[in-house]
Design a binder for this molecule. Structure first.
Ligand SMILES: Cc1ncc(COP(=O)(O)OP(=O)(O)O)c(N)n1
Ligand code: 3NM
Ligand code: MG
Length: 733
């Protein structure tokens, strides 16, 4: 068995809480954990054996199972039929040679190591004794109170570079460390609390896996639908649509149709068990990021898909309820319609046309756009799921869509003039799979709808030129990339950063929604939280300045060198001014000595920047530096424009002078310059280099989000620092 070390769960019975270790393991494995270590320091050997037998059953070979310390229990559980793949041993546990001798050559044997002497000792062992090393702690952690001195990311990198064996990073590792550790050479990350104490270990495990794969990873989108041999609709359209929108497409076929652009002549439905086998084969092997469901043929097929969704719980599910053909013919039996309603409740979005909406909302076909929206609201309230209602069948020169979610009282309309074409075959299939892909790329629903619609409209406009068939021809799924001379893997200088900005739109939206940002904007922010933020900002700026100086050192031209050096200077000036004008003796400076220490959030952000600088890749480093420029300038601009309300302009706002610093003109100019340098570096990089840059950029944006979120999460720290003095003028870097 090849072991996937990338996400390694180590269990802890206390952190798993009442739901128990078995439940957490079941969920985490479903979320993509590749190896599970049973670690229980207080259980007896007999209890460990029982737990191993139960876990082996639950894991069912979908992940490796090893046990911490207890070689004898592993042997006993194996003897009783459990599949126990190996052990993890520490420096003072049973010897790894003995473990290899008793467990055999195929067992997985991990060993804790964190010093040069440990590496020398491993090298002296017979080859093949140890498979991988557990290396930590990365940061201090309460989970292992007797832990050695933290290595930090750089210490880990230095160790991993010396090691001939794969190194798994462990100890105080959180989701924001994933990219940095992977880039530092980790074969995987091992976590206890991050998964055992998570509210939803499956979702959290998925999030870890996604981060491991990288921000720029291509989302895997599955279409569960019927085959249209003419290629315009069904799975064929879905796969093209997923590919054209930037995803990796997969398909599980529910039915085969005999079909061309003129109509459907016959349908063959393979046994539902066979469909289930297809779906299981995918979900046990592949992290599925989104599912689009189309034609489901009959009740047995629908119930099969419903049951699979309950087991696999993919993160995004869009159902295009293919029930009524454009001709008006019903494509589903009545009992199937009943089963479909049950399936719809498992979706995140349902995309009916007006004919399907009428059936699902149990009403007549809407003859006006307001009536269609009212029906969609009723359906959304009934099934508790958002509905994208498509106005294409209304006629007239408009073809609007609307995103309707009764659970949040949202009705968002997307107007559009009708595109005059007969090449409309497969439009609904194509739109829903484009939406699934755009959503899996990380966009919020409205942005996903906008992107999918724009792509669809371009494909619709170009469809007729394909001249496929004598009936309603297909849309041209690849019209956009064809017009740009191929699939867009090397965007232009301007496109690249625009795409990146769009790529972090969800992070930007999260920043806007943070209680800290809201309260800072409207002036209700607790003084202590504000001071905590400023103190951390000062500490951050001091570290940021040093990394900017690294960028100056690596810059390829004198002009760029001067720019980053000036920015480093500005950053230090900002830090000094924070001390002089904001962090007054009352606020954390005593006798001219600044007393705050960097919080874990500040440390993690600076670690990320330093690790970007460490590798000496200038392009990656400046991509990591960019979010601090760009996000602050953007926030300042929107505060000034009243995006968060008019508060910041009020004379009585306690932080108005501080907020004005965000919109400082020279800082905005510097931001523009930084964007240009990053864009040039990206355009000059190859695909892999751009990927590294995007990962560094996205990771910094996430650190910015965490930085803004932190002050209101650290209540105790906040109250300790809380003061009530008035704030004087200050200037940001
Ligand atoms: C993957 C992984 N790495 C290191 C350890 C620690 O093992 P050890 O040093 O034996 O300490 P205890 O876990 O026994 O307290 C581990 N468990 N897993
Ligand atoms: C079990 C263990 N071993 C470590 C080592 O460094 O060897 S650190 C650790 C605990 C890690 O827990 P958490 O993910 O909650 O920080
Ligand atoms: Mg041990």
């Amino acid at each position: 068995m090849s072991i996937d070390l990338s996400l390694y769960l180590v269990t802890d019975p206390v952190l798993c809480g009442e739901r128990g270790v078995v439940d957490v393991v079941r969920e985490a494995v479903a979320g993509g954990v590749g190896i599970v270590q049973l670690r229980d320091k207080t259980a007896t050997d007999a209890q460990i054996v029982d737990q191993l037998i139960e876990l082996s059953d639950v894991i069912d070979a979908r992940a490796a199972l090893v046990v911490n310390d207890r070689l004898d229990a592993a042997l006993e559980a194996r003897a009783r039929g459990a599949r126990v793949d190996g052990v993890h041993l520490g420096q003072s546990d049973t010897s790894v040679e003995r473990a290899r001798e008793l467990l055999g050559p195929d067992a997985i044997i991990g060993l804790t190591a964190n010093t040069a002497a440990h590496l020398d000792a491993v090298r002296a062992l017979p080859p093949g004794t140890v498979d991988h090393l557990g290396v930590g702690v990365i940061r201090p952690t309460d989970t292992k109170p007797d832990h050695p001195a933290p290595l930090g990311i750089e210490g880990f990198r230095a160790f991993a570079e010396l090691s001939e064996l794969p190194c798994v990073a462990i100890g105080g590792v959180g989701i924001d460390d994933v990219e940095a550790l992977r880039d530092a050479g980790a074969a995987g990350i091992a976590v206890v609390s991050a998964l055992c104490a998570a509210d939803d270990p499956r979702t959290e495990a998925r999030a870890f896996r996604r981060r491991w794969r990288g921000a720029a990873s291509v989302p895997r989108v599955l279409s569960i639908a019927g085959s249209d041999p003419s290629g315009g609709a069904g799975i064929q359209a879905d796969l093209k649509s997923i590919g054209a929108n930037g995803g990796y497409g997969m398909a599980a076929i529910t039915a085969l149709t005999v079909q061309n652009t003129q109509g459907v002549r016959a349908v063959h439905v393979p046994p539902a068990d066979f469909l289930r086998a297809q779906l299981d084969a995918l979900s046990v092997d592949i992290d599925i990021d989104a599912v689009k469901i189309g034609m489901l043929a009959d009740a047995a097929v629908i119930r099969t898909v419903t049951a699979w969704l309950d087991d696999a719980r993919p993160p995004i599910v869009i159902v295009d309820p293919v029930m009524v053909a454009t001709s008006g013919d019903r494509l589903l039996e009545e009992d199937a319609e009943h089963a479909l309603r049950d399936l719809l409740r498992r979706a995140d979005l349902v995309t009916p046309n007006l004919l399907e909406l009428a059936v699902l909302a149990d009403t007549v076909i809407a003859d006006s756009w307001p009536a269609a929206i009212a029906d969609a609201e009723r359906l959304s309230a009934d099934i508790g799921v958002a509905v994208l209602i498509k106005g294409g069948h209304l006629g007239g020169d408009q073809s609007p869509d609307a995103f309707v979610d009764a659970t949040t009282a949202t009705v968002q309309q997307f107007p559009g003039t009708r595109i005059d074409t007969d090449a409309t075959h497969g439009t609904g299939c194509s739109l829903s799979s484009a939406l699934a892909t755009q959503r899996a790329l990380g966009k919020e629903w409205p942005q996903a709808v906008i992107a999918a619609r724009e792509w669809l409209r371009e494909s619709l406009r170009a469809g007729a030129e394909l001249q496929v068939g004598r009936g309603h021809g297909p849309i041209d799924h690849f019209a956009g990339s064809r017009a740009r001379g191929g699939i867009d893997t090397s965007p232009t200088r301007d496109e690249v950063v625009t795409q990146w900005w769009e790529h972090i739109s969800a992070i930007r939206a999260d920043i806007d929604e943070l209680p800290f940002v809201r309260a800072l904007a409207d002036g209700t922010l607790d003084r202590g939280a504000f001071t905590h933020y400023l103190a951390q900002d000062a500490l951050y700026l001091s570290g940021y300045a040093r990394v900017l100086a690294d960028a100056a050192r690596l810059a390829p031209t004198a002009k760029e060198q001067a720019f980053w050096a000036n920015s480093a200077h500005g950053s230090i000036v900002g830090e000094l001014e924070l001390h002089a004008q904001w962090l007054t003796p009352d606020e954390g400076v005593s006798d001219g000595t600044f007393s705050a220490t960097p919080s874990p959030t500040t440390t993690a952000y600076l670690d990320h920047l330093r690790s970007s600088a460490y590798g000496g890749d200038y392009a990656q480093l400046i991509a990591a530096l960019l979010p601090c420029f760009w996000l602050y300038t953007d926030l300042g601009l929107r505060l000034g424009e009243g995006h968060f309300g008019d508060f910041a302009r009020s004379m009585t706002h306690p932080y108005a002078s501080w907020l004005r610093t965000y919109a400082d003109e020279s800082f905005a100019e510097a931001t523009q310059q930084a964007i240009e340098y990053v864009a040039s570096a990206a355009a000059a990089s190859d695909g892999e280099g751009r990927m590294r840059m995007l990962r560094a950029f996205e990771a910094s944006a996430r650190h910015e989000l965490a930085f803004f979120a932190e002050p209101l999460r650290h209540e105790s720290c906040v109250s300790a620092l809380s003061r009530s003095s008035a704030a004087p003028e200050a200037k940001m870097v």
